[in-house]
Write a protein of this length. Structure first.
Length: 416
């Protein structure tokens, strides 16, 4: 399995190089890692402060790690924070994040890269978020006696760790000083593998969305568009989601306002979406407060507004669950919005919980979406019950950051 791991990484590196001339994401990954160590050395060579290293795969994991990063900054102001990303969808959006002192792509895992990175960064603590399990990096950290924790981790029986042939990957988990899981099922799975350095802390995203909800910003153009009508928010949508949504939009466009924030915001995708929607839709960048209300659909062609946009919602559809997997439901759930999404949500504990509580509806077809929407839309009392239940759920799940920080204080007590 170790050989397959190494071969897989080499194949991935080759694939990125081959795809770079034709694919923007691959190109950004390749360019972002050019002369990576030279830039890292230049950034850190004058640093004499202790370093805490936070690693996130992408933007979603960043949002999970952010509450702990910010709590760490407040508790340990003498530390510098090094933030790394694996994917451009995280790095390109947060490369100027003020909460970290150094922000880089993570070099691809290898014995030499891991040793050099750890020697340059010299972290006193490493924090990996959710699904990040890199063999050589974890090995290098352990060999240097550097505590490394995994936060907001979630495990399922079908993962390779729990297969008869998964011994190599099980050993990766043993490199962690401690693993903080989202739920008890994940902790139980690890304990079955005799991995005892485990605690159930919950998902730090609950802390994050509560922080965000408390500081939402007014968006005057959206207020002018809404005109006190019901608002159906569509967040992180893909073409497959829009295909399912179109009949609902067509049926209710005279009585409900629709706001669409696509997952991929680039001219090509936005143009295709506008062509699909047809008359009655307008881009945020081309709208004016004086006339925006004349439209039924507002398309958000920028990034960074979604969490505030949900505060204007009456309902929300969360994209991604007709493809690789569901996007962030908690940004909408914190505002008590009845949620709708596609069928692929089994990897997300909060989505499972919200479906079980009757606050979210998984659908497969346009007809199912319309039926589920009307079930709530036509019953104001049901809508109120969902909203209250959902808000209670989010508040009850908060507190993971405080649990993790309490242990971090103990880990760093001798050197803090």
């Amino acid at each position: 399995m170790k050989l397959l791991y190494d071969l897989g990484l080499q194949a991935y590196k080759t694939a990125i190089a081959l795809a770079a001339p034709f694919h923007q994401k691959a190109r950004l990954m390749q360019q972002g890692r050019m002369q990576q160590f030279e830039r890292l050395e230049e950034a850190l060579q004058q640093n004499t402060a202790p370093v805490a290293w936070f690693h996130c795969a992408s933007l979603g994991e960043f949002e999970q790690g952010r509450p702990v990063m910010e709590a760490f900054r407040a508790e340990f102001p003498a530390y510098k924070i090094l933030l790394t990303f694996f994917s451009p969808s995280g790095y390109e959006v947060r490369k100027n994040y003020a909460g970290a002192d150094y922000i880089f792509y993570l070099p691809l895992d290898s014995p030499a890269a891991a040793r050099r990175f750890v020697q340059l960064a010299k972290p006193k603590l490493a924090v990996f978020v959710k699904y990040e399990f890199w063999h050589y990096y974890l090995q290098a950290l352990q060999q240097q006696g550097i505590p490394v924790i995994s936060i907001s981790a979630i495990f399922r029986p079908d993962q390779v760790f729990f297969k008869p042939y998964g011994g190599f990957y099980r050993n990766i988990l043993k490199h962690f000083t401690h693993i903080y899981t989202q739920n008890q099922d994940s902790a139980a799975l690890l304990q079955q593998l005799q991995i005892q350095q485990v605690s159930v802390a919950g998902d730090t995203r609950f802390d994050r969305v509560l922080q965000t909800a408390a500081g939402v910003k007014a968006i005057p153009l959206v207020e002018a568009f809404v005109q006190q009508q019901p608002v159906f928010m569509i967040g992180s949508s893909w073409p497959a989601d829009i295909e399912v949504l179109l009949p609902l939009i067509d049926k209710y466009k005279n009585t409900v306002k629709f706001i669409i924030a696509p997952h991929e915001v680039n001219p090509k995708n936005i143009s295709a979406l506008m062509a699909t929607l047809g008359p009655g839709a307008i881009r945020f960048s081309e709208a004016s407060e004086a006339t925006v209300a004349e439209n039924a659909v507002l398309v958000i062609d920028n990034v960074g507004m979604l969490s505030s946009l949900y505060s204007y919602g009456t309902y929300a559809y969360i994209g991604g669950a007709f493809g690789a997997g569901l996007h962030n439901t908690l940004e909408a759930a914190v505002f008590g919005l009845p949620l709708f999404f596609g069928p692929r949500y089994e990897k997300f504990q909060e989505a499972q919980d919200l479906v079980r509580l009757g606050c979210a509806f998984s659908i497969n077809t346009p007809e199912e979406l319309i039926a589920a929407f009307e079930q709530v839309h036509r019953q104001p009392e049901k809508h109120r019950h969902i909203s209250e239940t959902e808000k209670q759920y989010v508040h009850k799940q908060a507190g993971a950051t405080a649990k993790i920080m309490s242990d971090i204080k103990q880990l760093l007590a001798p050197t803090a």
